[in-house]
Design a protein around this ligand. Sequence first.
Ligand SMILES: [Zn+2]
Length: 439
Amino acid sequence: MILAPEVETRPWDEQRADDDAAYRVQLAYLFARSPLYRAKLAAAGVPDAAAAGGLDRIGDLPLTEKQELRASVTPDNPIGAHLCVARDAIARIYSTSGTTGTPSYIPLTAGDVDNWITGSARSYAASGVEPGQRIVSTYNAGPFAAGAALASFERIGLCHVPVGTGNTERLVRAIQLLEPEAAVLTPSYAAHLLEWAAQRDVDLRASSVARILVAGEPGGGEPAFRAALEEGWGARVTEAMGIGDIGVSLWGECEAQDGMHLGARGFVHPELIDPETGEAVTMEDGAAGELVLTHLRHRAAPLLRFRTRDHVVVRTSPCPCGRTGPRVRCIGRTDDMLIVRGVNVFPSALREVVSTFTPDVSGHILVRPSAPGVKQDPPLPVSVELAPGAAADPALAESIRERLRHTLVVQARVELVPWGSLQRSEYKSKLVEHETTRG
Ligand SMILES: [Zn+2]
């Protein structure tokens, strides 16, 4: 189902022309209201919105890093210098957990909240869920922006059954008793549930769930990993992706499963950059790079050229569903990327190759770099977990090593570890463990 056909199927050049007009208005708004961007753009030699031009020149403007927003926080302004509205115009404030332990706040006006829900609803509707169906969700709304996505289920016309994270019995009971047609989870949790069910003789294939909507971390679009989820659940798996500072479930995959469409089109402008140099990368078919996003109609704290740290591959070929515009598949976080003798390696790509050895392996891996930092000397140590009862056959390790070398051009040292020895997650999987972080 296309939630807003007149919007989602319009020619992309029309969208682009509209976005260009919205962008110029958003820039003028930033110059008028955002202390952070007024200073940042002036320092870059851009005194006003007219000097910045339109979307065709957006690549000339400086990028925004999450750290800059944090650094602009003061005792008087706990949100940061990108805040553009008065206190009484803010309708909601989310926070991100942050790696440093200090939360950072994400304010939204009522209009911003509504735009988030509109985009998110389009993204989730692309999965094929229909009004009148039931969807069970496993996100802990709590303080986090992901909670805003939950309102999009009602916007689609679904009956929403929230069960939250951390109570698998409750989730499985809800599936068995309420018979939802769809479930929304992280890919890690969807995989974990299959193991959980296998140990208890619960047959998830026989359940009512025909669609699994995954989000929250990369992986749902990796063919072998996806195939394992689809086989175990007897359901179609599609993925969605957002980023708290910009919007929830901005992107959502359709039933063609060939990359995520931009559900938040009109609200957000996407770009690609080379994460090493910051140089713009043209968004053409097959292009890869870090996703950079710009708000087009945001009010509370709009961001310009925000680095998402998500590394994506772009598809621009026409999609059979009729939606227009570029599609993306996330292959990992820039922060998780390792460089092994000049080759970029994403842990999720390693897992994807290892997953092709199912049923001999469980699909769980852990990359254990021997040196701190991004650059690694080969061979890269990778622990590969065996399937239940499987023996650590040296020939299997050798086959995996050879396929990694052939597919990803990376030399790995494969260590087979017994089933159950790598950590499971009900939320997001950790695929890399640096020496220094081992406890
Ligand atoms: Zn499509």
